[in-house]
Design a protein around this ligand. Structure first.
Ligand code: TXA
Ligand code: MG
Length: 321
């Protein structure tokens, strides 16, 4: 297969070109430490609208804004003491804070799909940082995949998912494999109780050790998730996925974990390391799906630390259509 011409090694000159595309109101894809993002100028309604079109994303599902540092974030949202503490502790990094939008905020209203809050983060990736500095714009960026599909952790995944036919990114900056491999943790700080909306790259344990106990969206309002992006089927391969499997059925391939996984399995981490497993998760799901097996059988994965975010993604991948 010839490589996709939109994929460019993330040199400074490619980053400058991508920044020009963004400033002109068009789409690019770029690496972050979590997953690749499909980026647009967050202050432009038409640019933001083209993200929803390219992803075929329901417009009620709001987007995350990326900025280079906390000072930039403070131009758009109102910080409270807990937000200051979490930003100091975890930014740059895989933590997204949902905060009240400022009155004079220039971010497109389409970004937050009618909510009076904005989800914002400072990514911890040199390419994302260089891009944000160069274009000097807040970048709205969901994961760079069609809605419902597995999130991309490599430039080639973006090219596969957003092929030219659906008016995807003009440039895909290639920064190699994403080191974290799972989307950011989303925490809502716009209400008195900090509430976990999406488990992700920073574990609840890490957050709680900084600010004390947090609530989870599920325990609060089971029928009306506050993060509209938490649709039940998501990150889904084309073939069925079964979880916590101890007996494999004929025709299934195995997504393994730990030293006891069968030798023929795709093992997320032979040593049982959850960070390593997170970094491999989406790429391995894609590779197994491409073999077109009868199904993917996933071995049990411990539900602590990053394991919670891994299991969250796997449960969504396993939800039938
Ligand atoms: O790691 C990540 O966060 C990646 C990279 C590219 O930064 N981005 C990402 O974006 O995963 P996306 O759009 O796929 O996920 C955004 C999540 C969704 O669950 C959405 O519902 C939630 O954040 N969200 C966005 N704005 C919100 C808001 N104002 N209130 C509540 N939830 C919000
Ligand atoms: Mg996504």
């Amino acid at each position: 297969m010839t490589p996709d011409p939109r994929i460019k090694s993330a040199t400074q000159s490619a980053i400058n070109d991508a920044a020009s595309v963004l400033s002109a109101g068009r789409l690019i894809a770029f690496p972050t430490e979590t997953v690749y993002g499909l980026g647009a100028d967050a202050t432009s309604d038409t640019a933001v609208a083209s993200i929803f079109a390219a992803k075929n994303r329901p417009t009620f599902n709001p987007l995350i804004i990326h900025v280079p540092d906390i000072e930039s974030a403070k131009r758009f949202v109102t910080f409270n003491p807990i937000a200051v503490k979490l930003a100091a502790e975890f930014w740059p990094g895989s933590l997204t804070l949902v905060l009240p939008r400022k009155q004079d905020c220039k971010i497109s209203l389409l970004v937050s799909a009618g909510l009076d809050t904005i989800a914002i983060r400072v990514p911890n990736h040199p390419v994302a940082h260089a891009l944000l500095k160069r274009c000097d714009l807040p970048i709205a960026a969901p994961s760079a995949n069609r809605s419902g599909e597995i999130s991309p952790t490599q430039a080639a995944h973006v090219a596969e998912s957003l092929n030219a036919k659906n008016a995807g990114p003009e440039v895909i900056l290639d920064g190699g494999a994403c080191p974290v491999g799972l989307e950011s943790t989303v925490i809502d700080l716009s209400t008195p109780t900090p509430t976990l909306l999406r488990p992700g790259g920073i574990s609840s344990e890490q957050i709680e050790s900084a600010i004390g106990p947090i609530a989870t969206a599920e325990s609060e309002q089971p029928d009306a998730p506050r993060s509209p992006g938490m649709l039940s089927r998501h990150y889904a391969p084309n073939v069925p996925v079964r979880l916590d499997v101890t007996d494999v059925k004929p025709g299934e391939v195995i997504l393994g974990f730990g030293p006891d996984a069968p030798a023929q399995s795709a093992n997320l981490s032979p040593t049982g390391d959850l960070s390593e497993a997170a970094a491999h998760l989406f790429a391995y799901l894609r590779a197994l799906d491409a073999e077109k097996p009868k199904g993917i059988a996933v071995m049990p994965i411990p539900d602590t630390g990053l394991g919670r975010a891994i299991n969250d993604r796997l449960r969504r991948a396993a939800t039938p259509l």
